[in-house]
Design a binder for this molecule. Structure first.
Ligand code: SAM
Length: 250
C-alpha cells in the first residue's frame, strides 16, 4: 500500500480524494474547484436516493468522460455493483485505475477511448449514464446525447455549462414557412487549450441553452427530463443557472 500511496503523491490531481492513511490528494487548483465537485455529487446522490430508494447494489453505471474517476469512485463507495469509467486521456484512465486500487474499489472498470469511438452494441446498456462536465467541450453535442441514450436503460444525468437562450419565430426559407426556435447553442473557442487536462479533443465547443438541452434529450428518446434544483449553498455557477444538472429517464 505504501508503494501505491507513493505513486499517488507523485501525480497531479484535479480532485481531492480521501486516502486510506487519512491524507488527501493535493490538487493543482489548491482546492479552488472542490466546491463544484461537491455540489454536483450532492445533487447526483440526492437524485439517486429519490429514484432508487431501495438502494444501489443492483445498479450498473457508465461515466462518460470520467477524468480521474472521482464521481465513479463515489458511486462505487455508494454501493453500485459496477461502474465503468471512460475518458479520452490515457493519463486520466491511469490515474483512475491507481485511485481505484488504492481505495479498493473492484467495482470500477476502465475504457480509454473517445466517447464517439465506443462500440455501443458491444457495451450494451447501463442503469445509470453520467455525462458531467463534458457536453460543452464537444463539437457534436447532439451525437453525445444520442450516445448517452443508446447506453442508458434507466437514468441519465447530464451536467453542463449552458448559454443564455434565444426564442422567437424563424422564417425557415420563407415567411410562409415559419418555425419556433427550440433552443440555441453558443460557439466557444477552446482551440488553443486542447492540451489542457479538462478540455475537449477538437477545441470547437457548442454549448447548449437549457431549452436546447431539455428539448434535445426528449427528441433523442428520453421520456422524462427534469432540470435538478441546486441546494441553497450550491457552487455559484449551478446556483445561478450558468450550469445545470438534468436527470432524464428512459
Ligand atoms: C471538464 S472535464 C470533466 C470531468 C468530469 N466528468 C467532471 O465533471 O468532473 C472534461 C473531461 O472530458 C474528457 N473528454 C473530453 N472530450 C472527450 C471525448 N470526446 N471522449 C472522452 N472523453 C473526453 C476530458 O479528458 C476530461 O477528462
Amino acid at each position: 500500500m505504501s508503494d501505491l500511496l507513493e505513486q499517488v503523491r507523485e501525480r497531479q490531481w484535479f480532485y481531492t480524494f480521501e486516502l486510506p492513511d487519512g491524507s488527501v490528494t493535493p490538487t493543482y487548483h489548491d482546492g479552488e474547484l472542490d466546491a463544484i465537485h461537491h455540489t454536483r455529487w450532492r445533487m447526483l446522490e440526492h437524485t439517486l436516493e429519490g429514484v432508487y430508494p431501495e438502494g444501489f447494489s443492483r445498479l450498473s453505471a457508465i461515466d462518460l468522460a470520467a477524468h480521474q474517476g472521482w464521481f465513479a469512485s463515489r458511486l462505487a463507495r455508494a454501493g453500485l455493483r459496477e461502474v465503468t469509467c471512460v475518458d479520452q486521456r490515457e493519463s486520466h484512465v491511469s490515474d483512475s485505475r491507481l485511485i481505484a486500487e488504492v481505495l479498493g474499489y473492484r467495482e470500477m472498470g476502465f475504457i480509454h477511448s473517445d466517447i464517439f469511438d465506443l462500440d455501443t452494441d458491444a457495451l450494451g446498456t447501463y442503469d445509470l449514464v453520467l455525462m458531467l462536465g463534458l457536453l460543452y467541450h464537444l463539437e457534436n453535442p447532439v451525437g453525445a446525447l444520442r450516445l448517452a441514450r443508446a447506453l442508458c436503460s434507466d437514468l441519465c444525468v447530464i451536467e453542463t455549462q449552458v448559454v443564455p437562450g434565444m426564442s422567437g419565430m424563424v422564417d425557415f426559407g420563407s415567411y410562409r414557412f415559419v418555425r419556433p426556435l427550440k433552443g440555441s447553442f453558443g460557439l466557444i473557442d477552446e482551440l488553443d487549450e486542447t492540451h489542457g487536462p479538462e478540455a475537449g479533443a477538437t477545441g470547437i465547443c457548442l454549448v447548449p441553452s437549457v431549452e436546447a438541452l431539455t428539448w434535445l434529450l426528449e427528441k433523442v428518446g428520453f421520456r422524462s427530463v427534469q432540470v435538478l434544483q441546486p441546494p441553497a449553498d450550491a457552487y455559484e455557477q449551478l446556483l445561478y443557472g450558468k450550469r445545470v444538472m438534468v436527470a432524464a429517464r428512459v
